[in-house]
Unconditional design. Structure first.
Ligand code: CA
Length: 138
């Protein structure tokens, strides 16, 4: 339960669509979907970093509910990878992937990055081009 206690979409307090607050830390984040064009996972990450954030990590079901609502009907990268150690999924901030909504994993060494399709996650080749979602601290 504690994992789900502390997350608040912030339209209600007057910040823009696509923003939310982690109320545990009081940090506001902008979730920005990169849909100007498709990029591979690494280029997507670089683009998010240029914007001052990183590819999105999804820590709780509440956060996923929020982010899911922002996504277009198109394959999208998230900031999770098991490229360092097969089967050991970590977010770009180094934290382990604990919450997840996989519908497919386990395709091994060539599929090392988390993508979203139809509101579920799958692992795919990081070199493929997709939209992406950045998570940018305000
Ligand atoms: Ca893998």
């Amino acid at each position: 339960m504690d994992d789900d206690c502390c997350y608040r979409p912030c339209e209600s307090i007057g910040c823009p669509d696509g923003w939310a607050e982690d109320t545990t830390t009081g940090t506001f984040y902008e979730y920005k979907v990169l849909k100007d064009r498709e990029r591979n996972w690494y280029d997507s990450r670089a683009e998010c970093q240029r914007a001052g954030g990183d590819l999105a990590s999804i820590k709780t079901s509440e956060e996923w509910q929020f982010v899911k609502g922002l996504l277009p009907n198109h394959d999208v990268w998230l900031g999770g990878s098991d490229a360092e150690e097969e089967g050991n999924w970590v977010w770009t901030d180094g934290s382990p992937v604990t919450f997840s909504v996989w519908y497919q994993t386990g395709t091994g060494r060539i599929h090392n990055c988390i993508a979203v399709r139809s509101e579920r996650w799958y692992d795919n080749e990081c070199s493929l081009n997709r939209y992406a979602v950045c998570k940018i601290p305000a």
